[in-house]
Design a binder for this molecule. Structure first.
Ligand SMILES: C[S@@+](CC[C@H](N)C(=O)[O-])C[C@H]1O[C@@H](n2cnc3c(N)ncnc32)[C@H](O)[C@@H]1O
Length: 215
């Protein structure tokens, strides 16, 4: 698979996190620190982040475009450098797999692996699969589709995320990872990953790492 070339200026993920939707929320920081709202985003916009994405057509397109661009790059590196991972893998579910960039790339590179993309109905409902790729809409906090049980039974949980403790990549990378961490903490009640040292971490996906967790 040919690696896409992405410049910093053109990187949709950079444009996304610099979008006013994110930056203006920080004007409400002092209010949020003094109220009981779960997220800064909730204080600034009055709604949950994913509801906002669903309602705001322009932001929704910037958001999912950024996911596609970012994950095209990550998929190409993953397939080239980590193809050991897919050995014997009959099926996989990409949870929060968005419009299927990653699963489509894996399905094309490994035709014997059946890939299911699981994401919110508003994201996947109109998407069309292929012979080894399908889409399943739902809420991961309520139910995970049956093929995921196969994936877990197969013995592998693969996480692609920012692993902050990996400080070998230099100051700029660390700063960008911390910027993501700040966005996760204020927008989604989450955080980037720390404390995964007991899993195998391969930090070869730019800002992201491949984290292999085995049940
Ligand atoms: C940061 S994006 C991940 C990008 C994605 N892995 C890709 O390949 O482009 C997070 C994804 O999780 C999805 N998501 C958010 N809440 C969800 C939920 N409760 N259940 C399922 N998917 C969810 C979003 O729609 C979004 O596509």
């Amino acid at each position: 698979m040919k690696k896409p070339v992405i410049s910093l200026e053109g990187s949709t993920i950079v444009l996304l996190i610099a979008d006013a939707t994110f930056t203006t929320s920080f004007h409400f920081l002092s209010t949020w620190l003094q109220n009981d709202d779960q997220t800064l985003f909730g204080t600034a916009d009055g709604k949950n982040f994913w509801d906002y994405v669903a309602d705001e057509v322009n932001f929704k397109s910037i958001f999912y475009e950024a996911m596609i661009t970012d994950f095209e790059l990550i998929a190409s590196v993953l397939i080239e450098d980590c193809n050991e991972l897919s050995k014997g893998l009959k099926s996989l579910v990409d949870v929060g797999g968005s419009t299927g960039t990653m699963a489509r790339a894996i399905g094309t590179a490994f035709p014997d692996t059946k890939c299911t993309v699981f994401d919110l109905p508003l994201v996947v409902d109109n998407l069309v699969g292929t012979n080894n790729l399908d889409f399943f809409g739902g809420n991961m906090f309520e139910a995970i589709p049956p093929p995921n049980a196969v994936l877990l039974k197969g013995g592998k949980v693969i996480i692609i995320d920012v692993a902050i403790e990996n400080q070998t990549k230099g100051k700029e990378t660390m700063e960008t990872q911390l910027c993501f961490d700040m966005l996760m903490a204020t927008f989604l009640k989450g955080k980037e990953q720390t404390g995964f040292n007991h899993y195998k971490i391969t930090p070869n996906l730019g800002l992201w790492s491949l984290i292999e967790a085995y049940p």
